[in-house]
Design a protein around this ligand. Structure first.
Ligand code: MN
Length: 536
């Protein structure tokens, strides 16, 4: 039944409802990571591109100078150097040295003060080598690109690595970023920002990227603390969170509405009991020998204000689980007391069956309630039968025993309902002190004609007879079934063949029609007479 799972459904709905709110953070975090990494990479690529084009320019100039100059340090050579320096964007100086670093000439006729921080590194795919260091009083590191000229001469061109100062390198980045240019052997060349948190990251999350300056042995890294960039998205976070909260709220409302609607009968049951919407209906029990009314079974119906009538199958299980079955039964018994007061006086032999639940046998207050409701009423205790179903055994607890003993003491009788469908046995029913056994409809349904024997049913009937209990057959729908049962000595029966559960007025009318005038010919044609009455 739906109501069983409604708590779980509600919980799931509540959890699901907050997924958008929790999701905003997660989505935004990942968006920021992705977005900032792209930005970082673009800035880094621009620097790498700048370094690479400087190196390319240096290599190109060097090649042009050497191609146009048959020998070094001649006026032609110096003139070619000057011409190239005018044309080049980056070329700052050219020097001719021997392998030991002894200078022969340069662009300006002075000494070139170059302090290398690396040795000569090969550039893959090129005959030139590169070394990085500082040149004179230039504020940025330079690349010294060197080409061998014969065995004894080295010609080098100097180009700055970046066009600006170390700090202005950071202008492309967040103020909290770290940018580092280093040689692939690990020697740092240029560092902007504080690299130590970046190098020891682990405790703090960084958005980081890395790149290389083309074929040059130069590596670039950039990083920015995630929390710093994430803070820049605070506005977006607020807007998204508000939207997500609205979505969550809407979802929660929809989900709760769905859950409420799907189990409305259950939700509403407590109010319905208090409002008296649960009404007793009465299904006649017929004496098959006389055709007279032997009694009835009270079955409840939920008559809603809108006119809808709900069958107990839709809410009984919920009523039992929630304990609402107790006040529900009380309300029904109070109505029975009023409904059947006159008919019980008119017909002192009729019996009224009332269904109890397993929960009623866990607390002896039911005996007191029955005593309070029916004691001193027009309905005598001996006219009452309380049914308990075999499907949910009440066990053998002392409380259950005392409830049964209490009932017997009052003089009310006990019936075992749905017999044959549960797990109980003769011993169990004998221990409980059952007075009436109600044979379930599934056994009655086995009767196809009044002449063809149904051994299972016959066995059940003889078992009841051994126990010395009264028998009521349930769910009798055909005349053949009624005749078969009567032939086997089953006297009492209820079912659609006679009548369904009816409202009190219709029931009383039928009761008076059946029992009002003494039957003169009890065995002549009782069944068809009763059937006709019921159909009327
Ligand atoms: Mn019953």
């Amino acid at each position: 039944m739906k109501s069983k799972y409604s708590h779980v459904l509600t919980l799931i709905a509540a959890i699901l409802a907050f997924v958008p709110v929790m999701g905003v953070d997660w989505l935004l975090d990942n968006y920021v990571r992705m977005r900032e990494r792209v930005t970082l990479q673009q800035s880094l690529d621009a620097i790498a591109e700048r370094i690479e084009s400087g190196a390319r320019d240096g290599i190109g100039s060097l090649r042009t100078i050497l191609a146009d100059s048959p020998s070094l340090c001649t006026p032609t050579f110096i003139s070619n150097v000057h011409k190239e320096m005018q044309q080049s964007l980056y070329l700052k100086q050219v020097v001719v040295e021997n392998p030991d670093g002894v200078q022969y000439c340069d662009a300006f006729g002075s000494m070139v003060a170059f302090s290398p921080i690396s040795g000569n590194l090969a550039i893959p795919g090129h005959t030139e080598t590169v070394s990085v260091g500082t040149l004179g009083n230039l504020s940025t590191p330079v690349m010294k690109i060197t080409q061998a000229f014969g065995e004894t001469r080295r010609v080098s061109a100097f180009v700055p690595m970046v066009s600006s100062t170390t700090q202005s390198l950071l202008s492309r980045f967040k103020p909290t970023a770290m940018v580092r240019v280093s040689l692939t052997n690990g020697t740092p060349v240029l560092v902007a920002g504080d690299p130590s948190p970046f190098d020891n990251r682990g405790a703090v999350e960084f958005v980081a990227s890395e790149g290389f300056a083309g074929e040059l042995p130069i590596r670039l890294e950039a990083g920015v603390p995630f929390a710093m960039v994430r803070a820049d998205y605070a506005d977006l976070d607020v807007s998204f969170t508000i939207i997500a909260c609205i979505m969550s709220g809407a979802f929660l409302v929809l989900a709760l509405q769905y859950v409420r609607r799907s189990k409305l009968p259950a939700f509403d049951l407590e109010r319905a009991i208090a409002a008296g919407e649960l009404k007793p209906y009465y299904q006649p029990v017929i004496n098959l020998k006389t055709g007279r009314l032997a009694g009835c079974e009270m079955l409840c119906r939920w008559e809603k204000k809108n006119g809808e009538v709900v069958m107990p199958g839709a809410f009984i299980e919920y009523a039992e689980i929630t304990g609402l079955a107790i006040p529900m039964t009380l309300s029904l018994m109070q109505q029975v007391r009023t409904d059947l007061a006159d008919i019980c006086i008119e017909m002192p032999d009729i019996k009224i069956s009332i269904n109890l639940f397993e929960g009623h046998f866990r607390d002896s207050s039911i005996v007191e309630d029955v005593q309070a409701i029916f004691g001193g009423s027009s309905i005598a205790f001996r006219q009452l039968v309380f049914e308990l179903t075999e499907r949910a055994p009440i066990g053998n607890s002392t409380t259950a025993q005392s409830v049964i003993a209490g009932f017997h003491k009052l003089g009310v009788r006990l019936a075992m309902d749905d017999v044959g469908t549960g797990h109980s046995n003769l011993a169990y029913m004998q221990t409980l002190g059952v007075d009436v056994i109600k044979i379930d409809k599934i056994f009655v349904d086995m009767i196809k004609s009044d002449t063809q024997a149904v051994p299972v049913l016959d066995g059940l009937i003889s078992m009841c007879r051994d126990l010395g209990t009264e028998i009521i057959a349930e769910g009798v729908e055909t005349e053949a079934q009624a005749l078969y049962l009567r032939a086997r000595g089953v006297v009492m029966a209820q079912g659609y063949l006679f009548a369904p559960a009816m409202k009190v007025a219709a029931f009383k009318e039928l009761a008076r029609a059946l029992n009002g005038t003494p039957q003169t010919t009890p065995l002549a044609a009782p069944l068809s007479a009763v059937t006709a009455e019921a159909a009327a």
